[in-house]
Design a protein around this ligand. Structure first.
Ligand SMILES: [Zn+2]
Length: 261
């Protein structure tokens, strides 16, 4: 079990405000709001006070600063529910105004999204789903926490955090001069089925797998690239080669609806 490298300040909670160790595996994140406008440092001070009988693993100040109060390996007292505390990594987020919707600043929300993505990744939580592994305080205790604003953002937080951990492959459409033809001046050609492209060095080539995902970054001015089994090579001469070099990157997906010029 580790802690987040996103933490900008560490303010260990008083040892009387949490339980050392964990009796259960971490299966979720629980969101809280502070019900006040605070800095990360101010929040840390609260959990350092003797007899507080409360804590969270992380806290985010109104300016977006991320603080650690309790190691993830320990059980913070945040959810008002022992079973939930045992299974959760808990985050307190400052509000940007008191009352009403209990709004949270955009800076704090951005930090919260990044922190949720990081916690999910390190603890193998998989994709975050609101109400399943991305939870909130009022799911476990009779409380208004995390307030209307933050609660309305849980789906958004999950979606944005998932984008960080599971980036969508960018799809790119191409118009080619043909398949397995001689690569003439400025031609963009797809080579498939054979062993290698047989091209000269005056171009740029990039290999794709059977799912049309670029296996590597483009290779410039080498030529005769090996064609992967089941995949293909996109090969461009001169201007078309420059286009490949500028637009294709490893991991990108080529739109299969290629059109022939
Ligand atoms: Zn709470």
């Amino acid at each position: 079990m580790s802690n987040s490298a996103l933490t900008q300040v560490s303010i260990p909670a008083h040892q009387g405000n949490y339980t050392r160790g964990r009796s259960e595996k971490i299966t979720k994140i629980t969101l809280h709001h502070v019900a006040g406008v605070v800095t990360a440092e101010r929040l840390g001070k609260i959990f350092q006070s003797v007899g507080r009988n409360g804590s969270s693993h992380y806290g985010i100040g109104n300016d977006g600063k991320i603080a650690q109060f309790v190691d993830e390996a320990n059980t913070a007292w945040a959810d008002g529910n022992w079973d939930s505390n045992c299974r959760s990594v808990t985050i307190e987020t400052s509000n940007s105004a008191t009352g009403g919707d209990w709004k949270v600043s955009d800076a704090a929300l951005r930090s919260l999204i990044k922190l949720c993505a990081d916690i999910a990744k390190r603890n193998g939580l998989g994709k975050l789903v609101a109400g399943k592994n991305l939870t909130w305080h009022s799911m476990y205790a009779a409380t208004a926490c995390p307030g209307p604003y933050l609660k309305s953002k849980v789906d958004y937080i999950a979606a944005e955090a998932n984008k960080i951990n599971y980036p969508e492959k960018e799809e790119i459409k191409v118009e080619v001069n043909g398949f397995n033809i001689t690569r003439l001046t400025d031609y963009l050609v797809i080579y498939c089925g054979g062993k290698s492209t047989g091209t000269n060095q005056w171009g740029v080539e990039v290999a794709f797998d059977a799912n049309c995902v670029a296996i590597s970054d483009p290779v410039c001015w080498v030529g005769n690239m090996n064609i992967p089994d089941g995949g293909f090579v996109l090969s461009g001469h001169d201007k078309a080669g420059n286009w490949i070099a500028e637009n294709i990157k490893k991991g990108m997906k080529l739109d299969l609806s290629v059109t022939v010029k």
